[in-house]
Design a protein around this ligand. Structure first.
Ligand code: DGT
Ligand code: CA
Ligand code: CA
Ligand code: ZN
Length: 595
């Protein structure tokens, strides 16, 4: 990926943000956002494209192409510089606070002269917001809460950011002569929703060449510990970020810690078990060892009296010698998995290979950046049995969907279906769907008879996030009771570090889903991971079924599936709990929703 693409994408994205801050046309801002995403994901180096070639990039029209050309020639964009000069320092930082829009951030900076989040915190504490026009006690509370949320993620990063860096480090370390094995461990291996630091484990007789390779890796900003068994560094988060992933501050911190531990090859299993954690899981497992007169450490399982090494080659051997079934890493949180492993009734978890199709994807007809053809072709290349296209419905007015556009897309999909069928090879069934908006009263877009024309309807909350619990619960239940709604999309509507979960009575919601045959989505986007895993487990116990979907807005997002599957595994789901792990006829039966 060309570095200049990243650079141009960042400038376009900043331009969009500044347009919004200065009260510019929201549609125009949106166009710049969209162009930024497609530039980031573009396969050619935009630094070398002429204006005509630039206009071939989806979302890039004449005026955006002009700005890119200007950047090629001068290294700057005059219109952007002007906007930068018009916006006080600090506004952009303040807009990172969940719930604080660009206009109010602008007001805080100009009226109170604030330049940072910490200055805002002080201003709130000192009561300086009291006399500000349009700010009441309630908005102060909301601001405090938003700042808290921003800080709670703090130095942690999202799964995709950590996973991409880890993959790069593992590839480099594995290639060092003498390295016998190398993999990631820690919270990343357990698919925790955010990652504090990356843990990499390697096996080699001599650790020095591996440690050396780590310290000179591009992106390493600091070596904090350099030793024979462990080296710790800080590494830039921008480097491993996928170009077509979310633009903006997706990952949280600018750098993340990374620990590389090198062990002797015969200790591999015990070390991997130890450094995967969680600590609570390890404590529970060690208790079992102690009761059997054994001692478990990162070096192996030993007899306490004899001091003799019993096993340590593989994780399986370690668990097995303790009378436990091997526990899949996402379950290792001490929430009953050790007891289940002892009884031999761990669930057989759903895997990425079990997933037969994606049930939530967008194209460039709404806010996706890839064409219908490209999305479908990529779904097929993944070997899917079915694939649903679910562009946004009209009530999310920014997306400019219309009934006509939707019907045209359906025809296009039919044409693609025939082409796929004539193409030979394994057929993939295309499903025409939509992502509906659950309005404040629980109703959705379009009349009943139009909804009946879709194969699958996802319904999600995209507005009115602050409703009180009772209204919110009523709203969800009404959506579940709609015979055309099959799946509730990203049910808590949270965005990690950006927006809290809506306030809903989950017990009531799960009951309604089970009663009406409505599935809950496990949204795989690393900033969502929604439904969260602890709720997944509770919902499953209430008899709810799930759809693990990517909510893809680009080709690259289809790969986010593994994060949704990891989250589902943390919620102990089996393939039988997941409707898109089912063969098409069983899925279609579910989608009839007892109509
Ligand atoms: P994180 O980094 O906050 O996302 O979460 P983890 O689980 O990756 O935590 P981390 O990096 O501190 O440690 C990785 C694993 O290594 C942890 O899950 C268990 C093991 N471990 C590390 N230090 C200790 C320790 O002092 N005691 C015990 N029992 N286990 C440890
Ligand atoms: Ca860690
Ligand atoms: Ca660590
Ligand atoms: Zn969506």
């Amino acid at each position: 990926m060309a570095q200049v693409n990243e650079e141009v994408a960042a400038l376009l994205s900043e331009y969009a943000e500044l347009l919004q801050i200065t009260g510019g046309d929201p549609f125009r801002a949106r166009n710049y956002e969209k162009a930024a995403k497609s530039v980031a994901g573009h396969s050619d180096d935009v630094g070398r494209l002429d204006p005509a070639a630039l206009r071939q990039i989806p979302g890039v029209g004449t005026s955006i192409a002009k700005k890119i050309t200007e950047f090629q020639q001068t290294g700057a964009i005059a219109a952007l510089e002007e906007l930068r000069a018009a916006v006080p320092v600090g506004v952009r930082e303040l807009t990172r606070i969940p719930g604080l829009g660009p206009r109010r951030a602008f007001q805080l900076c100009t009226d109170l002269g604030l330049r940072s989040v910490s200055e805002l915190t002080t201003a709130i504490d000192e009561g300086r917001l009291h006399d500000l026009k349009g700010f009441g006690i309630k908005s102060e509370e909301k601001l405090r809460h938003g700042i808290e949320l921003l800080r709670s993620v703090g130095q942690r990063v999202t799964l995709n950011v950590a996973a991409d860096i880890a993959a790069r480090v593992v590839a480099v370390i594995s290639a060092v002569p003498g390295c016998e094995r190398c993999t990631h461990a820690g919270s990343l291996r357990r698919y925790r929703e955010t990652i504090g630091d990356i843990d990499i484990l390697a096996a080699a007789r001599d650790s020095a060449p591996l440690m050396d390779a780590l310290t000179v890796l591009p992106g390493v900003t600091e070596v904090t510990v350099r030793g024979d068994t462990k080296t710790s560094v800080r590494i830039a988060t921008g480097v491993g970020r996928p170009a077509a992933g979310s633009t903006g501050s997706g990952g949280g911190a600018d750098t993340i810690g990374l620990d590389l531990r090198v062990v002797q090859p015969e200790c591999w299993g015990a070390a991997l078990q130890y450094f995967t954690g969680s600590q609570a899981h390890n404590v529970r497992v060690r208790e079992i060892a102690v009761r059997q007169g054994l001692k478990l450490s990162e070096y192996g399982l030993f007899g306490v009296e004899s001091g003799e090494l019993i096993v340590s080659g593989t994780e399986q051997e370690v668990y097995s010698r303790l009378g436990l079934a091997w526990v899949p890493p996402p379950m290792r949180e001490d929430t009953g998995e050790v007891q289940a492993a002892r009884r031999g009734d761990l669930p057989v978890l759903v895997t990425v290979d079990d997933i037969r199709g994606d049930l939530h994807t967008h194209t460039n007809l709404t806010d996706g950046v890839a064409s219908l053809d490209d999305m479908v072709a990529t779904g097929r290349a993944r070997g899917y049995e079915y694939f649903a296209v679910t562009d946004h419905a009209p009530n999310l007015f920014m997306q400019r969907m219309t009934t006509e556009k939707m019907l045209e897309q359906r025809q296009e999909l039919d044409r693609l279906s025939s082409r796929l069928a004539a193409d030979g090879g394994r057929a993939m069934t295309l499903l025409h769907g939509t992502e509906l908006n659950i309005a404040a009263d629980g109703s959705v877009d379009w009349p009943e008879d139009f909804l009946a024309g879709f194969d699958v309807c996802v319904a999600s909350v995209h507005s009115h996030f602050d409703q009180p619990r009772q209204e919110m619960t009523r709203r969800f239940i009404t959506a579940c009771e709609n015979p055309h709604v099959h799946i509730i999309g990203h049910p808590t509507a949270r965005r990690l570090g950006k927006r809290p979960s809506v306030d809903v009575d989950f017990t009531e919601l799960f009951r309604a889903c089970a009663r009406t045959g409505t599935a809950l989505e496990v949204n795989s986007h690393p900033e969502r991971l929604d439904l969260p895993s602890d709720y997944i487990r509770a919902a499953r116990d209430a008899g709810v079924k799930f759809a693990i979907s990517t909510d893809s807005h680009s080709i690259a997002h289809l790969d986010f599936l593994r994060y949704g599957v990891g989250t589902a595994q943390r919620g102990w789901l089996t393939a039988d709990d997941v409707i898109n792990a089912w063969p098409l006829p069983r899925l279609q039966e579910f989608l009839r929703k007892s109509r």
